[in-house]
Design a protein around this ligand. Sequence first.
Ligand code: ZN
Length: 342
Amino acid sequence: MTLSELFQTLKTLSKADLNSVKQFLESIDYNYNGFEDFLLSKKAENGISCPHCSSFNIKKNGHKGLMQRFMCHDCHKTFSARNNTITFSSKKSFATWKKYLECMMNGFTVRRSAEICGINKDTAFIWRHKVLDALQNMQNSVELNGVVEADETFFALSFKGNHKKSTSFVMPREAHKRGNDVHTRGLSHEQVCVPCAVTQDGLSISKQSNLGRASTKNLSEVFSGRIASNSVLCADAHHSYQKFAKENKLELIQLKTGKSKKGIFHVQHINSYHSILKTWIIRFHGVATKYLDNYLVWHNFVNWAKDPYEKKSEILSAFVFCTNKTVKSKELSVRSPLPCVA
Ligand SMILES: [Zn+2]
């Protein structure tokens, strides 16, 4: 049937039938199309699996609107390519999500991203952390090797976003106006320690570990199994690195306080990593400690990884649209305000 024949037929329909046609057209979610095309092309590379039982033993099972449905031969459940992904329950279009990921590539604030994408600020904030929670999984598979430079950096403890009247959280001390304003000088227990390790070719690991200076145990929690044995670890003279290096079969080069070079070894990359991180994070006006790890992986991906922008943008899209979601929106706000001692 041609389109003009279809229109002729429509003209012959009763008002009630036309109403049914209208309802049918409205029930089609046109937004699914972009996600579907993208997901099916990406997932086809590794094979499409059942989101319920992970089986690859599946078949096509008709369409819902424009969306291809599948059925699993093993658990007999039906699904679409988008089931259980980060964007599954989102009513926003594929184009909006793509625009949003570009905002993340550029490290834009929630306000700016919301304006560019035409979404509200709460949505932009939730999307940010859904994406970054997923990106944590990508970072968890990173292993550093060769010459690895390590050092800790510190962030002021911040309970931003944990409301005073919350029923699930009691402020352990008087609220500060801004997260960056630490009352006590030096390494007080109001400073969150973040052990960081980097290589010069763009790999990095960083995660909050404790309050105050890191012990060997704290370093192990962040780095153990993540630095290949026989790598060379360049760090400062703190004793916590000695036991850690021994336990992990790493050659340790320790630099005296104030020195950034020892023979061919140095800590210039880790110093540069910290400096880029501190400058970049200023735009967020104090990061809540409960979200700090997410800002760290964000920084690692957009600022430290050495791939060209386009390549990273492609990796981010493929990862965000295809990976299974790790967090529900309502779980975001109730996560522990201080993950490293929770
Ligand atoms: Zn199944």
